[in-house]
Design a protein around this ligand. Structure first.
Ligand SMILES: [Zn+2]
Ligand SMILES: [Zn+2]
Length: 273
């Protein structure tokens, strides 16, 4: 099994060990054709990307683009029960791809802290998630997918438990891909098969925090051995991917043909299906 691109990895701008260039060179060694650099977004308490470093990250990515196509993104966080994430429109316009995943230590809104963070941490410590909390988590994540333009929902059902199939329905409506994480898959093969049958799209990512993990998808391969699925539901397998570079070139072709509308912003968002 071979992936075309790896769309989730961290550098030392958040909690990764290495530079952008180190990750890019590792991806080249693994024969990947495209990657996304997706550090943790700003509200992650201990190791999120810091706003003062953002421009340095951008220039690191720009200079590394001489090596291979790179998408610049972040892995954003939910900050409120209404489904708001830690990414404003101004910052979003500077990105090529937006990931979203539930993490634990986040600067939440006051209500988010008391109704999302605290009960989840409490019940997780008891290794028991009551139905009301699972429903609440499901609704919060659904709101995130509905309200924000999310390209990939990372590590579904990790940390705070929810109904992954129900959220997948919203992902299908909104064109959001679900991640098969090479770090850990937190749903069952039967859930995966159910989501595939509904029409969900998946992307295999490593969530690498060091160069040696880039492109290593062994755990996903192991998981998929137990699943009955159509490989076409995984959008970065083999050569099925349309590379970002190609996408940009076709965008500029379109713009050249449309000579009148010069105010049109370049298309930043790639919809998956
Ligand atoms: Zn994550
Ligand atoms: Zn991550």
């Amino acid at each position: 099994m071979k992936i075309f691109g790896d769309y989730h990895m961290h550098t030392y701008y958040s909690d990764g060990e290495a530079s952008v260039l180190d990750m890019v060179r590792a991806a080249k060694d693994r024969d990947l054709k495209e990657i996304a650099i997706t550090d943790h977004s700003f509200n992650k308490i201990f190791n999120g990307l810091r706003r003062k470093n953002f421009n340095r990250l951008v220039s690191d990515v720009e200079s590394a683009r001489s090596e291979m196509p790179i998408l610049l993104g972040v892995e954003s966080n939910v900050v409120s029960v209404d489904g708001h994430i830690d990414l404003d429109d101004k910052m979003r316009q500077k990105l090529d791809i937006v990931l979203f995943g539930v993490h634990v230590a986040i600067f939440y809104s006051l209500r988010g802290f008391f109704t999302f963070f605290l009960p989840n941490v409490f019940f997780n410590s008891l290794h028991f998630v009551p139905g009301f909390l699972k429903r609440r988590n499901t609704n919060i994540v659904k709101r995130v997918i509905e309200k924000n333009q999310i390209d990939i929902w990372t590590h579904p059902n990790r940390y705070f438990k929810l109904n992954v199939v129900e959220v997948a329905r919203t992902c299908i409506e909104k064109g959001t891909a679900l991640e098969l994480s090479a770090k850990k898959i937190s749903f069952r093969p039967i859930d995966f098969e159910h989501m595939v049958a509904l029409g969900a799209k998946f992307v295999i990512n490593t969530d690498a925090h060091s160069p040696k993990r880039v492109g290593d998808i062994a755990r996903v391969e192991e998981f998929l051995k137990n699943c009955d699925y159509d490989p076409r539901c995984i959008i970065n397998l083999n050569q099925t991917w349309t590379s970002f570079k190609t996408k940009k070139e076709s965008d500029s072709d379109t713009q050249q043909n449309q000579t009148t509308d010069t105010s049109k912003k370049p298309k930043r968002w790639r919809r998956w299906f």
